[in-house]
Design a protein around this ligand. Sequence first.
Ligand SMILES: N[C@@H](CCC(=O)N[C@@H](CS)C(=O)NCC(=O)O)C(=O)O
Length: 201
Amino acid sequence: MKLFYKAGACSLAPHIVAREAAIDLDVIQVDLATKKTEQGEDYLATNPNGYVPALVLDGGELLTESQILVQYLADLKPESGLMPKAGEMDRYRAQRWLAFISSELHKTYGPLFRPDTPDATKDTNRAHLAKRLGYVDASLEGKPYLLGDHFTAPDAYLWTVLGWSGRVGVDLSAYKNINRFIETVASRPAVQAALKAEGLI
Ligand SMILES: N[C@@H](CCC(=O)N[C@@H](CS)C(=O)NCC(=O)O)C(=O)O
């Protein structure tokens, strides 16, 4: 399988999940400005939407959407516990977090990176994030991870998205549980390995 990524982007979430599950992937960096892969190939021929992450399965099928890739990879190694089993209530709790992180957090951070986003829109997005991050912080009270004691795929996605905060003026200093969560996840060997592979440490 090939994972197309950009260092530190949302593609870091499936990359972390793959390493947590000990799944061997070819990781291929994409220049999002030129839409060229590190081999100089046209990335739009792989993913016509031009964004990362994209996973190309061994049979050639393309899978996209961060929240789907982390589930697909976790389900390849059910014994990893990275996604609870379908039918169990925890599965829906995990999917609920994935949907929340995608639609309430990820897509609100996105415009903060773009130079053409008006300042007023950026302020609106930061205010929206402050509300949602307050909710995340309260949800992490008394537990190390979103679902409790065990690290799961939503934790990888949340940690990745939170990591953008300093670059786009989202102040996390008020959120003690979020800050503890960031440190806990950062200390995981698979997370360190993914960061190293992406050239971030
Ligand atoms: N709907 C996609 C969005 C992915 C996305 O926003 N990727 C960003 C990086 S975090 C990207 O590649 N942006 C460049 C672009 O859209 O051209 C998902 O949930 O995975």
